[in-house]
Write a protein that binds this ligand. Sequence first.
Ligand SMILES: [Fe+2]
Length: 320
Amino acid sequence: MKVPPRPASTIPLIGRILRTPIMKCLLWPMEQLTAGKTMPSDGSGIVKTDRLSSELLRDLFTNRILAIHLPAFCTAEVCERMTTNILKEKLENWNIYDLKTEFKPSDVNVFGEPFSMANKSDESWHRYFQNAISTSEKLRSMAAPYVSPYDKFRIMVDELWDDGMTVARYKGCKMSPGLVRVMYDNTETVTETSLGCHVDSSPLLSSNSGQFSLNVYLKQPEIGGHLYLWNPQITTMHEAIGHWHSVKHFFLESNYQNEELQLRFQKLLPPPIRIELKSGDAVIINTGRPHAVIPFKGGPRVSLQAFLNYKKGQPIGIWA
Ligand SMILES: [Fe+2]
């Protein structure tokens, strides 16, 4: 199998430019000027429906709605079968990429290879591409004799979306079309405050392109584990610079489990919108919108997770 050359960095070019000393110096006055500035809500909300449609997908991809919530996307039988099979597997810790410390452990374990960890070494880079399709086949077999939720979702979107859906490619090479996340109890006393508010892609949103994510919750914990979504909307570079202090210190830097940063910057966001999740539900969000999992106990919490690349006029690309 021909694997594309391993890049020096998988951070998008814009992120690398903004972190150069000259850009930091140029933006320093804006950083000071915009400290403490609040971000308004864009008024978008969550659509809860049992029927996905091309109109709903369009509204989500163009950021007119905050999320699509599909209750009971998969049956209790599928959830139980997949969860039992997944928990028999050896899981790896999902390392978060941090600019200061490089890769650091998180509270998420994973079955399958995340692209965000592939660039750790030459060996993990090759393993990612080599295992991409076999992991997908394995997940399919874990759901058998039922249809895998990933396959169901891919067929549905391919049918509904004019430009279809396909496995995303990195420099021509097929990526992994999805993986499994397993989280264990992360709190002694469940509180409503989540310290995990973050974005996974640029907070500068566009109606022509963006990164979204599909999450299918196979097993929800007994208490907590629901989702918080925030709905500010930054669509121009002018707005991004106008909120530069928050963008730089909260969205572009690692704020993971940092109580001081989380509480300080969550105050500047509009109030979060909560999605109450049950086992079997699916949710699609824009990963450039701030989101967090509410602390939980009575786990593990098991979910399928894949990213969706949207680009106007092109097939939706699914990858993980
Ligand atoms: Fe995320």
